[in-house]
Design a protein around this ligand. Sequence first.
Ligand code: NAD
Length: 298
Amino acid sequence: MAQLIDGKRLSNQVLQDVACEVERLRSEHNVVPTLAVVLVGEDPASQVYVRNKVKRAKEAGMGSILHRLDAGTTQGELNRLIDRLNHDSQVHGILVQLPLPSHLDEDEVIAAINPAKDVDGFHPLNVGALAAGQASLVPCTPQGCMIMLHRVMPELRGKHAVVVGRSNIVGKPMAALLLQADCTVTMAHSRTQEIESLCRNADIVIAAAGRPGLVGADWIKPGATVIDVGINAVEVEGTRKLVGDVAFDAVSRTAGAITPVPGGVGPMTIACLLLNTTRAARQQLASLAPPRPSVSCP
Ligand code: NAD
């Protein structure tokens, strides 16, 4: 049976590190890392996600401010709020919960966020920095997946990873991080042919397609590591249940290590959001510090 990669336990370890860094920033610099979360409209899933993010931030000793905006908020009103948060020195991270109502332009909103406060890592400058292998605020879900992978595979160099899904928020940044870790990366998507045999050759399969149970046991090489990013609500015998993109029971018998849903990637995503917020606070502090003299003074 595959080793279970316990996202709850791992995320608690990340959150403990975050809480220590929050305490250091407070005691050494009198800074309380603060996350501003913007929620537009009444999407029920988004409300749950946002509540969780704010709750976890408080538990880690961070500041968190929730801006709830009416579903009819205009682009101008939203842009003005982002602009205000960009200039608020008490706010270190800004997260706009997606999806936005259809009359709002998500790309415009993401581009309006100060890249130094873009704790989701979606701003084009941060996307470019990641693609170029430079330090940046990295999207939270793929960052969490990398922490999980490192736990069970200390050496990633030369491993063949298949990423199923090519979205901007999961698949593409995931592939960039795996490349940075010296994996050989194949990206698969809805138009990929012979996806099963591609996956069967992989040492690592990252499933991020949003298709319940897509990845079956016959897709997985014995001993491979399987990270299930999918979160899909399905009805089982009249009860609503959350499942991943991986047929967990069957794949557990073939894989070497596997993440569950729920309790896998989900908790890691929130932990990495808070990690990014402390990193953003630290970087903003450094950018305020007076420049060091380049030569020693007499
Ligand atoms: P998306 O819809 O933006 O992208 C899905 C991708 O999967 C697309 O690139 C598409 O080409 C590919 N795809 C769809 N059907 C496929 C198939 N049959 N075979 C191969 N590829 C296929 O989705 P997303 O935002 O990247 O999210 C993917 C899943 O991950 C969803 O279930 C989402 O809820 C979940 N998610 C989880 C977390 C978390 O914290 N655990 C975070 C983000 C997204």
